[in-house]
Write a protein that binds this ligand. Sequence first.
Ligand SMILES: NC(=O)C1=CN([C@@H]2O[C@H](COP(=O)(O)OP(=O)(O)OC[C@H]3O[C@@H](n4cnc5c(N)ncnc54)[C@H](OP(=O)(O)O)[C@@H]3O)[C@@H](O)[C@H]2O)C=CC1
Ligand SMILES: CC(=O)N[C@@H](CCC(=O)OP(=O)(O)O)C(=O)O
Length: 307
Amino acid sequence: MGASVFIDGAAGTTGLEIAERLAGRSEFDLVILTDEKRKDDAARAEALNDADFVILCLPDDAAKAAVGMIRNESTRVIDASSAHRVADGWTYGFPEVMGRETVAAARFVSNPGCYPTGFIGLLAPLVRAGLLPADWPYVCHAVSGYSGGGKALIARYEEDRDIAFRAYGLSLGHKHVPEMQAHVGLEHAPLFAPAVVPAHRGMLAEVPLHLSAMAGAGTPDQLRAALADFYAGSPIVKVEADQPDELLLRASMVPADTLTLRVLGSKDGSQARLVAMLDNLGKGASGAAVQNLNLMAGLDETSGLRL
Ligand SMILES: NC(=O)C1=CN([C@@H]2O[C@H](COP(=O)(O)OP(=O)(O)OC[C@H]3O[C@@H](n4cnc5c(N)ncnc54)[C@H](OP(=O)(O)O)[C@@H]3O)[C@@H](O)[C@H]2O)C=CC1
Ligand SMILES: CC(=O)N[C@@H](CCC(=O)OP(=O)(O)O)C(=O)O
């Protein structure tokens, strides 16, 4: 018998994709409540306390309540919501950046947000290496497929096919900003400008840089080499050396659990655009949850992933 894994919120967008990735795997016994029981707190509390692993795919408030229902010292938790990403006692579930051993040993793991996966994946190694300053006021532009907003945004986009581009987060208080700042170790909160395009899945997050105005910053080639070195050997995070003049998100994108990073530099090296591409439901959510589960269960981190 494998370790039991209860997905709380298995009928939602992230939960469904996690269940797909775990289906047929003999290392785990998947526990999913029926439609009648999935919001029944007594049934949920029993499942939460019986499981070896729980994956929370719920809105923030429900995720916090679910953690409060765990009355034992043994159930290990992966929370896909943004409720615990900068909370004490929680490990940030970005194994490549926080350390695979750290995630593997943790009891409470908070999955990164989809946009922060791109932003932190690009910036954390470079700030740590001293090639980018921690005290710079960084900006991040990003676009996401509409599945990033869960069932409600999917329904909105499927009903209104006329939305060509949706800029949002315009009041500058997006919930991802605290984790972006904390896990890169930045002095200032980054200015985050997200948008949604009419594609089901896919994400591009970009950090434009005036390198020549940043004291001590590396050249584009140094930044790219440092990222390639940091992620060398990762089966999930790829650093590309090409310099394309355009990058496309395809509406027909198939699910993928990879994260692809690029440093695109101007000819004179004075400017760069750091660009991350991923599947918001892959390395941005469900793929990351399964990667973390694999590590916590002592398995190969890529088992069941779409690479
Ligand atoms: N979509 C994405 O790309 C990403 C999502 N996340 C995070 O993952 C979490 C889930 O998001 P997502 O799957 O997109 O959202 P969805 O809205 O698609 O799914 C959420 C699910 O939780 C269920 N639910 C809500 N409240 C309760 C409750 N009290 N008890 C039991 N079930 C409940 C909902 O039920 P019902 O079906 O009845 O509405 C729904 O099935 C969120 O915190 C989100 O922020 C993180 C990274 C990326
Ligand atoms: C397109 C869209 O709406 N995206 C979501 C973020 C998706 C994600 O990363 O989920 P968390 O809620 O777990 O952080 C948003 O901007 O709120």
